[in-house]
Write a new protein. Structure first.
Length: 95
């Protein structure tokens, strides 16, 4: 799991930053606290905490697995829950 998260984290970081830049060009603001933006940021913070705990505190095994699982749940909420149950620019609950 560590290698996967270490690979995906920079990609996720780029996606959040690129989305903010695109939002500035499209809507005139970098961040609007849309549910999708917020959950993308929450997921980013969880995985940043995971990588930080693994590299500085030496968390391995159960502790690291729990944080990784929490991050995966946040990802699933972001991918499925926000799209269908929340209202915002990125929601499809009315479809």
């Amino acid at each position: 799991a560590y290698r996967t998260i270490a690979f995906v984290f920079p990609v996720w970081t780029f996606a959040v930053i690129a989305g903010a830049i695109w939002a500035e060009n499209a809507w005139g603001r970098y961040w609007g606290w849309d549910p999708k933006e917020t959950w993308a940021f929450i997921t980013w913070v969880i995985y940043a905490g995971y990588l930080h705990a693994r590299s500085t505190a030496g968390w391995k095994g159960r502790k690291a697995a729990i944080i990784g699982l929490i991050g995966f749940v946040a990802f699933l909420i972001n991918y499925f829950g926000v799209n269908f149950f929340a209202e915002g620019l990125h929601s499809y609950s009315g479809v």
